[in-house]
Design a protein. Structure first.
Length: 66
């Protein structure tokens, strides 16, 4: 999944599904490792996109405050 292919909302939904998967009783270690890596990447992508949005908002706010 690339940054441009889905929205933050879609990525959060996918992350929620991955987290819910870990709540089941019967987990295979190999599959858990793959899902954990996916979740870790999604969380990093979401964090990066939110930081970018925050930076843009701060720039726009500074323009209006001037």
């Amino acid at each position: 999944m690339t940054k441009n292919s889905s929205t933050i909302k879609q990525k959060l939904a996918e992350l929620d599904k991955l987290v819910a998967w870990f709540e089941q009783d019967d987990i295979e270690i190999e599959q858990a490792l793959k899902k954990f890596e996916q979740a870790e990447k999604l969380a990093a992508d979401i964090s990066d996109e939110l930081q970018t949005a925050k930076n843009k908002i701060e720039i726009i706010k500074k323009k209006f405050d001037s």
